[in-house]
Design a protein around this ligand. Structure first.
Ligand SMILES: [Zn+2]
Length: 587
C-alpha cells in the first residue's frame, strides 16, 4: 500500500493539471488561474477554475472540484484507481504490479487492439475483400465510418489460428480473448468470413469483437466472442465511445439494437446513438446511463422482438430519474430510417418521441378489445396500474382524459379508482413523493460563516490561529467542515506547518472531501484578514448561543405548564447567563 502512495505522488508530480484538463476543455488564462465553462453543469459565464500552483480545480457553480484525479473521475466516470491508471498510461508511466490482474488485463487490451488493427487493414487492403467493401457500400457505410468504428474483416480460411506467431500473438492470449475456438478438437478462428465490429469500452479500449456473417450458409448472422476477462456484454454499449462527446454535451442518448443502426445514425450526425450487443438492457447498463444522461430515447426494431424488448427495458427503467421516451418511426429499424430520411426528418421524428406512459397507453390500447365490457375493464385496470406509479400530474391528467374518451367512462370515476388503488399500494407512491422533496437548508448563514473559517484555516493557518480566539473543531456544526477542521488541526499541530501544502492535499483529504477543499483553496472571496476571522468566530459563537436561547425559551414555556418552578427557575438563570454572554461578545 505504501508503494502505491509513493507511486501516486510520483505520478502527480509528473502530471500538469492545466495540461490534462486543457486536453479535455478549452482553458483561458486569467491571472494565476485558468478558466473554462464547466463541463459538469450548464452555464454561460465560466465558473470553472484550474490552478497549476495548487494543483487543484474547482467549479464555483456546481461545487465539483479537487485534484487531477477527481477531474478524471468526474469527467470519464471512472473510479479513483481507474483514473490513476488512465493518467499513468497517458504519461507513459508503467504501473507497478500491485495486482497481477492489472498487468494481465493491460496485456490483453493490447492484443485486442492489435487484432482489431489486423482485421481493419485486411478489410482495407486485401484483394479478397472487394466483395465485403461492396457489401458495405450497398449498406451505405462510408469510409469515414469504417475508420471511426475500426471495422474489419476476418477471412474464410484459417487466419489467426495459422499466423498468430507471425502476427506476434500467443495462442493462449487469443484463446483467452475468445478469438480462437476449439472446433472438432482443432484450434480454429472464431470468426470466419465475417465483417468484424471491434467493441470499444467507454474509455476507448477494445473489449471484444462481434462478427456479421457474410456467407448465408454460415450462421448465426451475428456472433459475439464469448464473455471473458475484458468482454462483458451486459456492461458495454456499442458506439458509446465514438459518441461520448455528443452524449456529454446533450446529456442524452438514443438506444438501438444493432451495429448497423449505430453506425448509420452516427453517419447521419446522430452521434448519441448507442447499441446493445444482442442482449436486452441490463441494470449494469442503467448504472452507466444514470451517470451520463438525463434523457434517453429507446428506438428498437419495429418488429415483435423489438416491441417486447422495449417493454422489458421500460419495466427496468421505471426506477431511474432518466426521462425515458420511445421513438416512433415507420421503417424496419433505425438503420433504414437513416437511409430513407433526411437529418431534419429524423430530428422531427425524435422530437415526437412518446413519453413512457404515452407509449404504454398506446400499446395497451392496441392490445385491448374495447368493444366488450371485459376488454374495456381490463384496459382500464392495466392503465390505472401504470398511472398509480406515476407522480407527474400533468401526464396522469392527460392519460386519464384519453382513457375516458376511448372507454366513455367518466374521468371522475377513473380518478377515484386511481385513489383507491393508490391507497392499496400506499407505500411506494408515498416514497416517490418524499424523494422529490429536498430538505431546505435553514443554516445557510451558519454554513457561510463556517466555510469562511475553514477557508481561512486551510489557506493560512498562521493567521488563522493567531486570530481565531481558540476556536476548536468541536464548535463547527457542519459535519463535512468539522472533519476538515479536525484533519487540518492535526496536520498543522503535528507537522508544525502553517498552511496546507499542495502536495499533501490528497493524502490528507478523502476523494469526497477534495471538492470542498478545492473550493476553499481556490476561492477568491475568502479574504484573509485577522479582524474578519475574529469577527466570524464571534458571529459563529453568537449564532450558536442564540440557538441555545431559543431552545431554552421553548423548554421554559413547556415547563411553565407542568408547574415545576424549581427547574423553570434554573432554566431562567441559564437563559440570563447566555444573554449576558452575548452582550459580552458584542461588546
Ligand atoms: Zn460546474
Amino acid at each position: 500500500m505504501q508503494d502505491y502512495k509513493i507511486f501516486i505522488d510520483d505520478l502527480k508530480s509528473k502530471v500538469d493539471i492545466v495540461e490534462v484538463i486543457g486536453s479535455f476543455l478549452p482553458l483561458r488564462k486569467s491571472g494565476k488561474n485558468y478558466l473554462s465553462l464547466c463541463p459538469f453543469h450548464q452555464e454561460k459565464t465560466p465558473s470553472f477554475v484550474v490552478n497549476r500552483e495548487k494543483n487543484l480545480y474547482h467549479c464555483f457553480g456546481c461545487g465539483k472540484g479537487g485534484t487531477v484525479f477527481n477531474f478524471i473521475m468526474d469527467f470519464e466516470k471512472l473510479s479513483f484507481n481507474e483514473s490513476v491508471q488512465l493518467l499513468a498510461r497517458r504519461y507513459g508511466i508503467t504501473l507497478p504490479s500491485f495486482s497481477p490482474n492489472v498487468n494481465k488485463r493491460d496485456a490483453l487490451y493490447k492484443v485486442n487492439t492489435a487484432v482489431a488493427q489486423v482485421f481493419h487493414e485486411y478489410l482495407k487492403k486485401s484483394n479478397d475483400t472487394l466483395g465485403v467493401r461492396q457489401y458495405l457500400s450497398q449498406r451505405k457505410i462510408n469510409e469515414n465510418s469504417i475508420n471511426t468504428f475500426l471495422l474489419g474483416y476476418s477471412p474464410s480460411e484459417a487466419f489467426l489460428s495459422r499466423a498468430y506467431t507471425k502476427l506476434g500473438f500467443s495462442k493462449e492470449e487469443l484463446q483467452n480473448l475468445g478469438l480462437l475456438t476449439n472446433r472438432n478438437g482443432k484450434v480454429d478462428d472464431t470468426f470466419k468470413d465475417r465483417l468484424i465490429f471491434p467493441i470499444f469500452d467507454i474509455s476507448g479500449r477494445i473489449s471484444g469483437f462481434a462478427g456479421r456473417s457474410l456467407n448465408e450458409k454460415i450462421g448465426p448472422k451475428y456472433l459475439n466472442i464469448g464473455e471473458n476477462m475484458l468482454f462483458r456484454k451486459s456492461k458495454l454499449l456499442y458506439g458509446f465511445y465514438q459518441g461520448k462527446k455528443s452524449i456529454t454535451n446533450t446529456q442524452s442518448i438514443i438506444l438501438v439494437e444493432g451495429y448497423f443502426d449505430v453506425i448509420s445514425m452516427h453517419q447521419k450526425g446522430f452521434n448519441q446513438v448507442v447499441g446493445l450487443m444482442g442482449t436486452g438492457l441490463t441494470y449494469e447498463h442503467i448504472d452507466i446511463l444514470n451517470k451520463w444522461v438525463k434523457e434517453m430515447i429507446i428506438m428498437f426494431d419495429n418488429d415483435e422482438g423489438g416491441l417486447n424488448a422495449t417493454w422489458r427495458a421500460l419495466e427496468l427503467l421505471r426506477e431511474t430519474d432518466i426521462n425515458v421516451k420511445v421513438g416512433v418511426y415507420h421503417t424496419k429499424d433505425p438503420d433504414e430510417l437513416s437511409q430513407k430520411y433526411s437529418k431534419e426528418e429524423i430530428n422531427n421524428c425524435l422530437l415526437n418521441s412518446l413519453q413512457t406512459i404515452e407509449y404504454i397507453w398506446n400499446r395497451l390500447l392496441h392490445q385491448s378489445d374495447l368493444s366488450s365490457i371485459e376488454g374495456k375493464s381490463s384496459f382500464i385496470k392495466r392503465v390505472i396500474n401504470y398511472l398509480i406509479r406515476n407522480a407527474n400530474l400533468a401526464m396522469v391528467a392527460d392519460i386519464i382524459k384519453r382513457t375516458a374518451d376511448k372507454t366513455l367512462v367518466k374521468e371522475d370515476i377513473l380518478y377515484a379508482e386511481i385513489e383507491r388503488q393508490r391507497e392499496k399500494k400506499h407505500a411506494p407512491f408515498q416514497k416517490t413523493i418524499e424523494n422529490t422533496i429536498k430538505p431546505v437548508n435553514k443554516n445557510n448563514l451558519l454554513n457561510q460563516v463556517e466555510s469562511y473559517l475553514a477557508g481561512a484555516l486551510v489557506k493560512d493557518g498562521e493567521l488563522f490561529f493567531s486570530s481565531s480566539e481558540g476556536l476548536t473543531p468541536e464548535e463547527i456544526t457542519n459535519p463535512d467542515l468539522k472533519q476538515i477542521f479536525e484533519k487540518s488541526f492535526k496536520y498543522m499541530g503535528t507537522e508544525g506547518i502553517l498552511y496546507i501544502q499542495p502536495d499533501d492535499v490528497d493524502i490528507l483529504f478523502t476523494v469526497e472531501e477534495l471538492p470542498i477543499i478545492s473550493g476553499l483553496l481556490l476561492s477568491d472571496s475568502i479574504e484573509l484578514n485577522g479582524d474578519i476571522i475574529k469577527s466570524m468566530v464571534r458571529k459563529l459563537r453568537m449564532m450558536k448561543i442564540q440557538e441555545d436561547i431559543e431552545i431554552l425559551k421553548r423548554e421554559i414555556k413547556t415547563l411553565k405548564k407542568s408547574s415545576d418552578y424549581l427547574l423553570t427557575r434554573n432554566y431562567i438563570v441559564k437563559l440570563s447567563n447566555l444573554i449576558s454572554y452575548i452582550k459580552e461578545l458584542q461588546g
